[in-house]
Design a protein around this ligand. Sequence first.
Ligand SMILES: *Cc1c(COP(=O)(O)O)cnc(C)c1O
Length: 377
Amino acid sequence: MVKVTDNTIRLSRSVIGNAEKQAVMDVLNKGYLGMGENVQLFEEQLSRFFGRPAVCVNSGTAALHLALQSLGIGRGDEVLVQSVTFLASFQAISATGARPVACDIDPDTITLDVTDAKKRITDKTKVIMPVHYASGMGALEEIYDLANDNDLRVVEDAAHALGCTYNGRKTGSFGDIACFSFDGIKNITSGEGGAIVTKDMDVLQKARDARLLGIEKDTQKRYSNQRSWDFDVSAQGWRYHMSNIMAAIGIEQLNRFPEFAECRRQLAKHYHKKLEHLDSVELLNQDLDSIIPHIFVIKLKNADRDDIRKKMLERGIQTGIHYKPNHYLSLYNSDNTFLPVTDRIVSQLLTLPLHPKLGEQDIDYICQQLVECLREQ
Ligand SMILES: *Cc1c(COP(=O)(O)O)cnc(C)c1O
């Protein structure tokens, strides 16, 4: 077994500077670590970024779960979602009691195949959850059309898509509900964390209560340094709130986002330049000028992916697989779903390193090694 060492080029990583460290120290020195003024400030900053209100929680998974719960989704309901996504999308759906209905993908973008999703609509279907895979938004307009025609709500899993635009508009600034993740390796991080962004006031209020055990209007109290000692609860809640420590990191990361965004985009463009002429590699169909790539995924044609991954690691390069389709998992494969494109494409997907600590020389090295590994096969 080849080990990942300090010299390995990592698939992804957090990039934390002095501003984040100082901001955390300030919170620690103040002695109010829980949810308070830093979270309020981060939410205000995010609301300016999106032009819509944001509710911060402690993970992207929690954001998806609370968005669905706030729409009243539960047992007996169905949510359409592509099978090729992080397990979190599926778990957030099943956490409500609803059934995630695995859908096929467009092979060029690895985003939801709208025609396939349409075929799976039943009278139980309540929500479509498009996943902005590798920061691309695929046929989002058609997804909204399908939702409108069938009275469905849309919860965008925008975990990869902070700062991306679709038809010139920022993800989260339009549409129904968008959920973001600030876990360690996303476009920005708050340590762990996530946010629900929507203009639906009912969803916002329900999510604010539900992140604090369902205690009604506790958010407002905490933002003014108070607690609810006498309160009512009328809905199931969770301990999903964000802490001041997390928010302090998130605020500094959002300030630095233009720097991260530029870097991620340039590195992805450099990958394109190095790989687009290769016969054995296919790039995703993405407009890199409109997205901020969170991961860089390629498709390998006629290659043994596991062998390539092993060889790359021997050369000090970590690679990834995004993702194992969720309908292959015991919990979600009860209805023998058949997804021909997913089944055909998924063993070709390979994720190459992408994070703001890399430079163009690293991309050159990675691509050169990849070409050699492919040639050796
Ligand atoms: C990261 C991610 C999530 C969940 O976010 P966490 O903050 O890690 O809980 C959901 N969906 C996708 C596609 C993700 O990549």
